[in-house]
Write a protein that binds this ligand. Sequence first.
Ligand SMILES: [Zn+2]
Ligand SMILES: [Zn+2]
Length: 416
Amino acid sequence: MLLRLLLFLGCMVMVALCAEDFYKLLGLNKDASEREIKKAYRTLSKKYHPDKNPGDDTAHEKFVAVAEAYDILIDEETRRIYDQYGHEGIEQHKRGGGRPAQHHDPFDLFSRFFGGSGHFGHGGGERRGPNMEVRVAVPLRDFYNGRTTEFTVEKQAVCSACEGSGSEDGHVETCDMCGGRGMVIQRQQLAPGLFQQVQTHCSKCGGKGKTIKHPCPVCGGSRVVREPETHELHIEKGMPKGVRITYENEADESPDWVAGDLIVHLMETDPHLGQQDHERTDGTFFRRRGKDLFWREVLSLREAWMGDWTRNVTHLDGHIVQLSRKRGEVVQPNTVEVIENEGMPIWHQQLPDGIDEAFGALHVEYVVVLPDQMDKSMEKDFWSVWEKWRKKMGVSLDKENGRPEGPMPSQGHDEL
Ligand SMILES: [Zn+2]
Ligand SMILES: [Zn+2]
């Protein structure tokens, strides 16, 4: 008796273990939206597809389980039953003759999402659709800080209303005119007794070999629709401009092929100040070349010459880079100051082994602006100072450079 009880308990545990929670399996919360469920299916079904994991039984089981979880959760009724009664409820629902939701063969379901016949076709001769390339531009700030964002592309997708059959009722007949070949052979008489055989596209089915009595109202029988699809975009710190990010099998879909890859070229937007605080930094106007950043700082004549100034430049993440000179420190126009480690973070793929983090340099170019307007009395003051010192210690650069003093009347250049 005890043995039987133990066996029974054992079986219960087995059942519980076998049936993994559908939400957990798809990595979702209980309140996941339809979009999130689809997204999870897209990601996981590609990951566990047997074509990608040859000989791996666990992956195959996961692939089947993910399809089942999708079928149950995407249907409102079965999802409600599952939420209330779990796996047991679903089993009873099936036994009780409840509408079996959309029960898909896992490969059919896969083909509904990615086109083709449900296989990637590595060596299987499956046709592959063309890759799709798009440019996505993000501000320099995102390349510096890293960010996860989204972008949307419009693409051709297998019509979900008819599941790519093109038929409202699911019935697709073989064309009776061409017998499904899509081609017909016509005999043309060229002259009495002289015939020519011409092979042409079947006019009845348009060369498809199949006809549909009731075309799907959503796609009009074309089996595909155009629709926007949103993808997550992970911008990693220091990614180079123009880097290519590949989304496997996310290009245009068609029942006739397996979708190719969507390739994103990550570009940089022109700098402009955003609305939010963190978008309003001086760093917005940095220019980037590889791992280095460039910045132009303007100094007045007084600052360039006499020193005693400080500038706080807000970097792309809001931290401050302080530029300064003490009194008496001269900055020549167009001098470039190189500040190490204030450039771009170096992308992890380009870091040398054993180093977790490194930065390029910030190049600050100083531009000196001379005043073109001056208060009259100020001009007088300066003038008299110049005159005073010029008489005392002014040096004629012409003489210094060994230039002859006559006969050209020389204006005389000053050092001061
Ligand atoms: Zn349709
Ligand atoms: Zn035909």
